[in-house]
Write a protein that binds this ligand. Structure first.
Ligand SMILES: Cc1cc2nc3c(=O)[nH]c(=O)nc-3n(C[C@H](O)[C@H](O)[C@H](O)COP(=O)(O)OP(=O)(O)OC[C@H]3O[C@@H](n4cnc5c(N)ncnc54)[C@H](O)[C@@H]3O)c2cc1C
Length: 404
């Protein structure tokens, strides 16, 4: 008979080979469990994790005491240490949040207060001081955050998968999970490759988190709404304009950070991402449409409530998506001299954002236990930064579920 409290005899299935699923699988395997990761794609890190900005966030944006704040601050440290220990390309290059004009000043001061409350070292700068870090910014003030960095998240995932394999775990690709049902002493996972009997199930399905949760018998209070973020690559002759990371002061009504300039760890400078409704969950262009998924997004009352409250910023995002000139105008507010002709399309990403029926966004990370199942229902940015911390948090949920 299987003793669920003895790691050596427990089998745990993890759905999703993005950074959250792989980090969690690694943590569980290092604790001695037999772990099997399943992903519907034929390679790891194919969705959010492989299509993000590649930033190690320092943790200044998030409400003090939230999981995001605690896990981003700790995660920036643990991710940096993990990268250093495993030879993964990264650079703690620092970032500048720029108040382009007087209207941005209250928001910048709020960010400085949040940084202090979260224990993130950040310094308010005059325009002259800001230009010592980024010589080409135009601003009335700026906030310099020294612990922000850039990293190769797909390389982190490859390393996590290697650690998992070394601890006896496996990753099975091309396997779609259709649902799960309880069975005596455990759980039966229904997959495109047949049924798997496990002691516990962890679901880190990103853009399909709510769908998989429903198929496993949960009734999540929020739906995943996919927001595409489009990027441009800055032309090589303009790279000199950006040394590290240059961000605007975010609009507090919006959960996204605003289009920014990001030096990438593999070289080059990315501009973006904006935020527009994706017409399918893994829809990376305007032409990528899934009518059933779109109908599902549009039938969710929360989306309409969110849209009504954000008519102006929402419309601005769509215009910016359709007009490279507008995109360049947003960037040149931070760094004058960036023009439409300097921007070359780069692959987009889609954010999985949980949205409640009343139109409010689920701001914090959200993990829910249901019997022997643990579901990650909201893991937007900075979940890549915080992945090692989220993994420990989920592993704690799993151990408690196994013991109960
Ligand atoms: C545009 C953009 C920019 C971002 N920038 C940053 C950043 O700079 N720094 C940062 O910290 N965070 C950033 N984020 C957020 C970060 O990328 C995500 O929070 C993180 O990658 C989430 O990881 P995940 O493993 O939960 O999801 P994912 O990486 O999306 O992985 C989910 C996996 O589940 C699989 N899956 C789904 N359904 C099933 C099923 N039924 N059966 C089997 N497999 C399934 C998918 O194929 C996928 O591989 C950004 C996100 C986006 C989109």
């Amino acid at each position: 008979m299987n003793d669920a409290t003895d790691p050596a005899t427990t089998t745990i299935v993890v759905v999703g080979a993005g950074i959250v699923g792989l980090a969690t699988a690694r943590a569980l395997a290092l604790a001695g469990h037999r772990v099997e990761v399943l992903d519907k794609e034929h390679a790891i890190a194919q969705h959010q994790t492989g299509r993000n900005s590649g930033v190690i966030h320092a943790g200044l944006y998030y409400p003090p005491g939230s999981l995001k704040a605690r896990m981003a601050v700790a995660g920036a440290r643990s991710m940096t240490a993990y990268a250093a220990a495993n030879g993964i390309a990264h650079d703690i290059c620092g970032k500048l949040v720029v108040a382009a004009d007087e209207r941005d000043l209250p928001g910048l001061r709020t960010l400085a207060e949040r940084a202090a409350a979260n224990g993130v070292p950040a310094q308010l700068l005059t325009p002259e001081q800001a230009r010592e870090h980024e010589p080409y910014v135009r601003c009335v003030a700026a906030l310099h955050v020294e612990t922000t960095g850039i990293i190769d998240y797909p390389a982190v995932c490859r390393s996590l998968a290697d650690d998992l394999a070394a601890a006896g775990g496996v990753v099975r690709l091309g396997v779609t999970v259709a649902g799960a049902t309880p069975r005596p002493g455990g759980i039966r996972v229904l997959t495109s490759a047949g049924e798997i009997d496990a002691d516990a199930l962890v679901v880190c399905a990103g853009l399909y988190a709510d769908r998989v949760a429903e198929a496993c018998g949960l009734a999540p209070e929020a739906r995943i709404v996919p927001f595409r973020g489009e990027y441009f690559e800055l032309g090589g002759d303009k790279h000199y304009l950006v040394r590290g990371l240059i961000y605007p002061v975010p609009d507090p009504r919006f959960p996204f950070l605003g289009v920014h300039l990001t030096r990438m760890i593999a070289g080059g400078v990315h501009a973006g991402p904006n935020a527009v409704l994706a017409l399918r969950r893994e829809g990376y262009t305007w032409r990528d449409v899934d009518l059933a998924e779109l109908r599902e997004s549009l039938a969710w009352p929360g989306l309409w409530r969110l849209a009504r409250r954000n008519v102006v910023p929402g419309a601005r995002e769509i215009v910016r998506s359709l007009s490279r000139r507008q995109f360049a105008a947003s960037l040149s507010r931070l760094v004058p001299g960036i023009e439409a002709a300097d921007l070359h399309p780069a692959p987009a990403g889609v954010r999985a954002q949980a949205l409640r029926r009343d139109g409010s966004m689920v701001e914090d990370f959200l993990v829910q236990t249901h019997g022997r199942q643990v579901h990650v229902l909201n893991a937007p940015s900075p979940a890549a930064t915080a992945a090692l911390e989220i993994a420990d948090h989920i592993a704690g949920h799993v151990e408690r579920a196994l013991a109960s």
